[in-house]
Design a protein around this ligand. Structure first.
Ligand code: NAP
Length: 249
């Protein structure tokens, strides 16, 4: 069945891979981005080459009005969504002793407040109680929620703990309304998220060689496969779970 989906933060990394993987299923994909319009257009083109339909939409996951406008644009073009992948997220390397209120607001705003607002918009459209056809939400968390995260990552890690518990609670709230809600928790994946960090990609790769039973960093496509499967009808009995995709870590 052709699905209409939104992938937030789909201009790069895990979100981009998820959009393209959904395209391989022939799905219609809203490719959300914030600051990388050219990369988002490339992803939309790749979705179409893969067999799907796509358009790009600029909306910050940290700005409620922009998120709402995105859902309304999808309604206008394709009708209500069938699935939603809340992938947009930011890292912010800072030790707690050096941290500021602004640090907390910045990371929580995008990683959890925006994710909750996006879920609200999704539930309003998919809930059978509200006239929808049901659907599936996949939130991208992190195994840092249970490992405690990388050095200087405690604030980011706290946002991902919130993603886990919000996913579980929301799954209970809307399970009877035909909406499945799950979380995919990546281990360390080779993306731009480490760019600019003191503990950067090279350091992370070395660490993961020792920590992960598979002995290597993951690739965005390896997360995308799980996210798209959870959005598909093949995952019809899966809800309220956090699935680690972490090379065994
Ligand atoms: P990435 O390569 O840095 O890409 C981040 C994506 O999020 C970009 O497309 C970016 O879009 C978008 N984004 C950032 N701020 C946004 C905002 N305010 N509104 C909308 N979109 C925004 O990151 P990634 O590694 O693919 O991470 C994706 C998700 O996986 C995040 O939730 C992250 O926490 C999680 N994760 C990643 C890893 C890892 O090792 N990579 C591990 C665990 C969890 P623009 O460029 O257009 O701004």
């Amino acid at each position: 069945m052709t699905k209409t989906i939104i992938v937030t933060g789909a201009s790069r990394g895990i979100g981009a891979a998820t959009a393209v993987r959904a395209g391989q299923n022939g799905w219609r994909v809203c490719v959300n981005y914030n600051s990388s319009p050219d990369k988002a257009e490339e992803v939309a083109a790749a979705v179409k080459v893969a067999g799907g339909e796509a358009f790009t939409f600029k909306a910050s996951q940290g700005v409620e009005s922009e998120l709402v406008a995105m859902f309304e644009e999808v309604d206008r073009r394709w009708g209500p969504i069938d699935a939603l992948c809340n992938n947009a997220g930011i890292d912010h390397e800072v030790e707690i002793a050096e941290s500021t209120w602004d640090n907390y607001m910045k990371v929580f705003n995008v990683n959890i407040l925006g994710l909750m607002a996006s879920c609200r918009e999704g539930v309003q459209r998919m809930s059978t109680k509200r006239g929808g056809k049901g659907g599936s939400i996949v939130n991208i968390g992190s195994i840092s929620a249970r490992t405690g995260g990388l050095p200087k990552d405690v604030i980011y890690t706290a946002t991902k703990g919130a993603v886990d518990s919000f996913t579980l609670g929301l799954a209970k709230e809307v399970g009877g309304e035909g909406v499945r809600v799950n979380c995919v928790r990546p281990g360390v994946i080779e993306t731009d998220i480490f760019a600019g960090n003191e503990f950067g990609l090279a350091e992370v790769k070395e660490l993961v060689k020792k920590l992960a039973p598979l002995g290597r960093i993951g690739q965005p496509e390896e997360i995308a496969n799980m996210a798209v499967w959870l959005m598909s009808d093949e995952a019809s009995y899966c809800t309220g779970m956090c699935y680690d995709v972490s090379g065994g870590r």
